[in-house]
Design a protein around this ligand. Structure first.
Ligand code: VAH
Length: 308
């Protein structure tokens, strides 16, 4: 039985649907601090869970006989910069609860995502290796790097089975943009469709690693279904699909909406983005558990414009 924490979030919303298709609706419990979309409520079990509340987590795990948890609760980069201590507490305390419950064998497998935000300004920006210098300068990045090290520690010290992926920026159409620095690449599609123009808060040449949500979901379930002995990295795996700048994304959109106009009003989120890599090397994930992306930039743009 699977429990998804944060099932109303950007990743959780897509993940729940895919997990329920694969494992059966009744075997996948959705949970979030707020009520989900109607179709999530109607298609399977849902629980209101505050991931900071250990007793509530233990109650839900026991009630449903949960064996695996996908922990997708986090305060993202731009939002966490506005409230550092709240961001740190939410991201870390919720992780510690699940690691401790895993150690106590209340369930037996945990997925917890890291991010390219765990890299910092001195990390090599192109072909960023799996093992490299990491000096994140945002609350979110510090929490993700710390979380990676805690996951590795629990795996080595207690033998628990926790698995993790460093997501690039994720693009999807099923939820509104949620406070991420990369979420310009989500909002731009809504604005292009509705207004034919978009004012971008990143500079036109700020390149970032990005991925279409179906690929991120494929990787997330892929690493969880891989044999434990193949998952050699227990901090977190680099994962990549494509990279683009706002200018390049606008060009790709113009192939479908010729008179689409992008303008720029750069704000502090550009400084966050400049501290992150531009292109990630994910060959270790490809070697260890057979990862490969299906969507190219153009395929993502076409599918997004069809669905927003
Ligand atoms: C953010 N979408 O922008 C998230 C992600 C790589 C960035 O972690 O904060």
């Amino acid at each position: 039985k699977i429990l998804v924490l944060g099932s109303s979030g950007q990743i959780g919303t897509d993940l729940i649907e895919t997990l329920r298709q694969s494992y059966g609706n009744e075997n996948v419990v959705a949970s979030d601090i707020k009520e989900p979309a109607k179709h999530i409520l109607e298609s399977g079990p849902f629980e209101i869970v505050n991931a900071m509340d250990r007793d509530r987590l233990e109650e839900v795990v026991a009630k449903h006989g949960i064996t695996q948890i996908y922990h997708l609760v986090a305060m993202l980069s731009a939002t966490a910069e506005k409230m550092p201590m709240k961001g740190w507490d939410l991201n870390m305390v919720s992780l510690f609860h699940t690691l401790e419950m895993l150690r106590e064998k209340q369930f037996n497998k945990l997925y917890w995502p890291s991010s390219i935000a765990a890299f910092g300004p001195t990390t090599p920006k192109v072909d960023t290796p799996q093992h490299t210098v990491m000096d994140p300068g945002t609350v979110y990045g510090i929490s993700k790097l710390s979380g990676e090290l805690w996951c590795d520690y629990y795996c080595k010290k207690y033998g628990v089975d926790v698995r993790s992926i460093r997501y690039p920026g994720l693009i999807s159409y099923k939820t509104e943009p949620g406070g991420g620095t990369t979420d310009y690449a989500v909002d731009i599609f809504h604005k292009a469709k509705k207004e034919g123009k978009y004012e971008c808060y990143l500079a036109e040449d700020t390149a970032l690693p990005m991925m279409y949500m179906p690929d991120a979901i494929k990787a997330t379930i892929g690493i969880m279904e891989a044999p434990a002995e193949d998952v050699k990295i227990r901090t977190s795996y680099n994962l990549a699909a494509f990279s683009f700048t706002p200018k390049q994304l606008a060009e790709a959109i113009k192939k479908h909406i010729p008179d689409f106009e992008i303008t720029y009003n750069v704000d502090s989120r550009n400084d966050i983005a400049l501290g992150w890599p531009q292109e990630i090397d994910d060959q270790v994930a490809r070697q260890d558990w057979g990862w490969k992306n299906d969507f190219s930039l153009d395929a993502m743009v076409e599918d997004m414009l069809k669905n927003v």
